[in-house]
Design a protein around this ligand. Structure first.
Ligand SMILES: NC(=O)c1ccc[n+]([C@@H]2O[C@H](COP(=O)([O-])OP(=O)(O)OC[C@H]3O[C@@H](n4cnc5c(N)ncnc54)[C@H](O)[C@@H]3O)[C@@H](O)[C@H]2O)c1
Length: 313
């Protein structure tokens, strides 16, 4: 029998593309999308959908039992910029949703979990370049604190209860199908929309703020590859560093100018600058390469081409 998968927070930037990719791989009926709101037409029409609150244990359990779910991908969270405005709501959503799925696995009601962490687990005292897998962390944002705590709990449930939970620290993700959901790297998506519609963009990060970034296709590939990896090959049960490219707004703008020569960028840093300042410029993801063959395909040039080509259509 084909295994059944539940995606919680399926209508967001990552969940939308992950749902479609998993439906292509395992069949539409095997992949149940869920969220507190409805999603894109393609997502809603290509397979089963449930309105589901990630903080409600009983509601998740009902869906898990009804569809005989084996794997849960927990994508619901409050992201970095929004979480600074609503700290308690962010903590409640980011932590309780994770406990709900960890406890379902502890109770043997599901077999496997994917839960995403973030480069936000690192802080201002972390080495900035090629940030190691294991290093000083000390996150300084609400979101980063919730992600670091989440990582500790994942490893704890793995060691204490044998819960098969897998995780990556996504960098900023660049995609064109769904709008980003309130993160500090959202500028790297907005800039493409504005470059095409207005030929100008005002960046909320300053020109030299270099951050780790990734094109969505690579992120989806990483997620599915990690979930497919042999249990025994995985040496990290907190969360794997994951990198693809690193650039600052100025470098992205220069790359866009090679396609749209009269594109102009200006800089007006806001509260998100401080968040970005606390994050790494690049990460060492060699553990992910060694353990499950991680290798990104998209660099800045290829990402820019894909974004402009797809958004133009
Ligand atoms: N996008 C990025 O650049 C990035 C980077 C690092 C980590 N991540 C992590 O990846 C995961 C997915 O991120 P995303 O960018 O797709 O976020 P997003 O904000 O685009 O999507 C999150 C989804 O969760 C849903 N949601 C919110 N509250 C919910 C609740 N109570 N119950 C069920 N659903 C709820 C929202 O409606 C939304 O559709 C998050 O854990 C995020 O922290 C994202």
């Amino acid at each position: 029998m084909q295994k059944s998968i539940l995606i919680i927070g399926a209508c967001g930037q990552i969940g939308t593309e992950l749902t479609i990719a998993l439906r292509e791989k395992y069949g539409n009926d095997s992949v149940v999308a869920s969220d507190i709101r409805e999603g894109s037409e393609n997502l809603m029409q290509s397979g089963p959908f449930e309105l589901l609150d990630a903080t409600n244990y009983e509601a998740i359990e009902d869906v898990v039992m009804h569809y005989e779910i084996a794997e849960v991908y927990l994508m619901a969270a409050m992201l970095s910029a929004t979480a600074e405005k609503f700290p308690m709501r962010a903590w409640n959503l980011n932590m309780n949703s994770l406990f709900n799925v960890l406890n379902l696995a502890k109770e043997k009601k599901i077999d496997k979990i994917f839960w995403p962490s973030s480069i936000a687990v690192f802080g201002p005292n972390t080495p900035k370049n090629e940030t190691p897998q294991h290093t000083l962390m000390e996150p300084s944002t609400v979101y980063g604190i919730s992600k670091q705590s989440g990582e500790r709990w994942c490893e704890y449930y793995f060691k204490k209860f044998g819960v098969d939970v897998r995780s990556v620290r996504y960098p900023g993700l660049i995609s064109w199908k769904t709008q980003p959901g309130g993160g500090t790297t959202d500028y790297a998506v907005e800039i493409f929309h504005k470059a095409l519609s207005e030929k100008k963009y005002t960046s909320f990060l300053n020109e030299e703020t270099k951050l780790p970034m990734m094109y969505m296709d690579d992120a989806i590939w990483a997620t599915i590859s990690l979930m497919d990896a042999n249990n025994g090959d995985l040496s990290i049960r907190s969360s794997y560093n994951l990198g693809a490219m690193s650039f600052a707004p100025r470098e992205l703008a220069e790359c866009i100018k090679t396609h749209i020569p009269d594109f102009e960028i200006t800089y007006k840093p806001d509260f998100r600058q401080e968040i970005a300042n606390s994050w790494p410029a690049s990460v060492d993801d060699s553990k992910a390469s060694q353990d499950w063959g991680w290798a990104p395909e998209f660099d800045l040039g290829k990402t820019t081409e894909e974004m402009l080509k797809n958004l133009e259509q």
